[in-house]
Design a protein around this ligand. Structure first.
Ligand SMILES: O=c1ccn([C@@H]2O[C@H](COP(=O)(O)O)[C@@H](O)[C@H]2O)c(=O)[nH]1
Length: 286
């Protein structure tokens, strides 16, 4: 079994020192960012900065999804966000789900110059992931059994050997883990598969999305997501947009303990949501 590489050791350090396996998903959807931030130069960065201030204590890592940043201002916002998260000592995992022929993958892998880890799509096979895998200090989370309703369409297909495709992906990812830098993405909405995969590849840390807004199984996520104590359970909308109801309440003139500066309402709510998730997940950690 390869030792964890530098990324996974840093992640372990963060998990142990802050006692958290929460990945805070920074899916800075411009359509949901509080109105008072929309006139800022880079609203997504302004939003993320406030979210990071409120949540970093509870974050083992931040996981921006590239889909929310793929335009000129988006990349600038992402760069600022990554630098700020690093300034708080929190690793950043870019959920980019890349994978292409080698020459193109080599360019995609340059994304890893800016972040600590990335998600990758194994559909095109080993050579399409090699440029990511060959970066010894970074982490690569390979999509295996995803959390969406359609995941079974391809991932559950039975191969001639009788195993489902997602099991073959896990076995391949285990082979590709020559540098101790590989993890798997396995959704919390598939608790049976989480358990089965943990048995199949005991040494690979999982990134487990799908708790929170997708209603996945938080207990199974923790029980099976961690390898030697290392792994991540992600919530994005459930944390960063936790304040939406309260903002609506304040905006409509409602009086509550949360009424006050609207600029801070959403950030405070995100901090509380991150803490709640941290505490809940910690109940299930050994
Ligand atoms: O199987 C997968 C792989 C990736 N994701 C991503 O994680 C977050 C989940 O967001 P929530 O708001 O917590 O539902 C999002 O970026 C997805 O693209 C996933 O959900 N499932």
């Amino acid at each position: 079994m390869p030792e964890f590489n530098a990324f996974f050791e840093r992640l372990r350090e963060r998990i142990d020192s802050r006692d958290t396996v929460v990945s805070v998903g920074l899916d800075a959807d411009i359509g949901r960012i509080p109105e008072q931030l929309l006139d800022k130069d880079l609203p997504r960065w302004a939003f993320n900065r406030r979210i990071i201030d409120a949540t970093h204590e509870y974050a083992a890592c931040y996981k921006p999804n590239a889909a929310f940043y793929e335009d000129a201002d988006g990349w600038r916002s992402l760069r600022e966000t990554v630098a700020y998260a690093h300034g708080k000592g929190v690793p950043v995992l870019l959920d980019a789900k890349r994978g292409d022929i080698g020459n193109t993958a080599r360019k995609y892998a340059e994304l890893l110059e800016h972040v600590d880890a990335i998600t990758a799509n194994p559909y095109m096979g080993r050579d399409s992931l090699e440029p990511f895998l060959s970066k010894p200090d970074k982490g690569v989370f390979v999509l295996c059994r995803t959390s969406n309703p359609g995941s079974a369409d391809l991932q559950d297909l039975e191969l001639d050997s009788g195993e489902p495709l997602y099991r073959r992906v896990a076995a391949l990812a285990d082979l590709w883990n020559e540098r101790g830098n590989v993890g798997l993405v396995v959704g919390a909405t598939a608790p049976d598969e989480l358990e089965e995969l943990r048995e199949a590849v005991p040494d690979l840390p999982f990134l487990v999305p799908g708790v929170g807004a997708q209603g996945g199984d938080a207990e199974a996520a923790v029980e099976h997501g961690l390898a030697d104590g290392v792994g991540l359970v992600n919530s994005s909308r459930g944390i960063i947009f936790a304040g939406e109801d309260r903002e609506a309440h304040s905006a409509s003139g409602g009086r509550s303990a949360e009424s006050g500066d609207p600029e801070e309402t959403f950030a405070k709510a995100s901090g509380q949501a991150a803490k709640r998730l941290r505490d809940r997940l910690n109940q299930y950690r050994g």
